[in-house]
Write a protein that binds this ligand. Structure first.
Ligand SMILES: Nc1ncnc2c1ncn2[C@@H]1O[C@H](COP(=O)(O)OP(=O)(O)OP(=O)(O)O)[C@@H](O)[C@H]1O
Ligand SMILES: [Mg+2]
Length: 359
């Protein structure tokens, strides 16, 4: 009996750790002696790049060629397009051509099941097939949902994921209904967890409260490995440490910030704490530029750090340690929120009354 498990790693939000999860889980399983195929199903080719192929556009056979062959019902040779990676996994790489293929899928019969046809044809050679998705819910992702037995949903621990998850779940339900009834959500994986904060716990409570039994949050989460305190004073060493570029990528904002003086770096750490997020590459580049001008100040750094937060997060955060003395331990974040809102309403009414009395 064939017990191959096809796992798709999906979340239409960008940068939640899908690729890193695919790579590390894949290599981890291979280290355990499993036969593993990783499929890069993202035109950005990030999985291909992070496995050591920095120029995916120069690779001659990629996933788009394989899928084109499936569409044209051409024969695919044994191991065609598969790169045998030194760390014991097989990889089907991707590059930007996959974008073109996605567009052309529109006119294809059975277009949601093209990837599945390929996956089914190679299934018996592997114990696990892992599919890395790009940040979209387009036809490539639908294909990856159609081909999967189970889904892993990485969620970045710093951001409230509620809305995005809702949309993803709706898509999963549609795929279940029309294409792949046995599709299961294996779980939500919290990534980039900063052990110094409680966000991970808050977010996993929030997911449990909002989605109840529908979503399982893994107990194990992935720690944040880029720490503010590790912002190095030498920009170059990071790349030397990781020739394959994965960590180097993660550290790119940090490298930009390494040009700042130690005092300015402390300002950035303070602004990060206040904004509760790490700087994007563009923010880091602007902070670096600011640091080299006469206009530099902590307020300006905070301004830059807060702008992404304004668009990404539409909420106020109050630390648990501030709130805990006011609420029983057993209260869920939702109960805490409801109580606070109720008290605020009472407060507003009191104010209103006072105003009316003074008139
Ligand atoms: N645990 C971690 N600690 C620190 N940095 C991380 C961690 N996991 C991922 N990163 C970094 O965060 C960034 C986003 O990760 P990754 O590329 O895996 O996300 P993704 O969901 O695949 O993104 P995309 O949606 O663009 O495909 C990368 O620069 C990666 O190196
Ligand atoms: Mg990715």
């Amino acid at each position: 009996m064939n017990k191959t498990v096809v796992l798709t790693v999906v979340n239409q939000k960008g940068g939640t750790g899908k690729t890193v999860t695919c790579e590390n889980l894949g290599i981890g399983l291979a280290n355990e002696g499993k036969r593993v195929l990783l499929i890069d199903n993202d035109p950005q080719g990030s999985l291909t790049i992070s496995l050591g192929y920095p120029r995916p556009d120069e690779i001659t056979v990629t996933l788009s060629d394989i899928l084109a062959k499936v569409i044209q019902e051409q024969e695919i040779a044994e191991d065609e397009g598969i790169i045998k990676h030194e760390e014991g996994i097989d990889l089907i790489p991707a590059n930007i051509e996959l974008s073109g293929l996605e567009v052309s899928l529109v006119n294809v019969m059975n277009r949601e099941k093209i990837l599945k046809q390929y996956v089914d044809s190679v299934k018996d050679k592997y114990d696990f097939i892992l599919i890395d998705c790009g940040p979209s819910l387009g036809m490539l992702t639908i294909n990856a949902l159609a081909a999967a037995d189970r889904l892993i949903i990485p969620v970045q621990a710093q951001y409230l994921p509620a809305k995005g998850l809702e949309l993803l779940l709706q898509t999963v339900n549609k795929v279940r209904k029309y294409i792949n009834p046995s599709l299961k959500i294996e779980g939500v994986l919290l990534t980039m967890v900063d052990s110094r904060t409680n966000y991970a716990k808050d977010i996993s409570n929030l997911i449990r409260t909002v989605y109840g039994g529908k979503l399982h949050v893994y107990k194990t989460d992935i720690p944040q490995s880029v720490r503010a305190s590790e912002i190095s004073a030498e920009g170059k060493s990071i790349y030397e440490h990781d020739p394959r570029g994965k960590v180097a990528d993660a550290y790119r904002p940090a490298v930009e910030l390494s040009f700042l003086s130690p005092e300015q770096q402390n300002d950035v750490i303070e602004a990060m704490d206040y904004a509760q997020c790490t700087p994007s590459l563009s923010q880091a580049q602007r902070i670096k530029k600011l640091s080299q001008s006469d206009e530099y100040s902590l307020e300006k750094v905070e301004e830059i750090m807060n702008e992404e937060k304004k668009s990404e997060l539409d909420h106020v955060t109050i630390k648990n340690e501030v709130l805990k003395k006011y609420f029983p331990k057993s209260y869920t974040p939702k109960q805490v929120e409801d109580t606070i809102v109720k008290l605020l309403e009472q407060w507003q009414k009191q104010k209103q009354k006072k105003r009316e009395m003074s008139l």
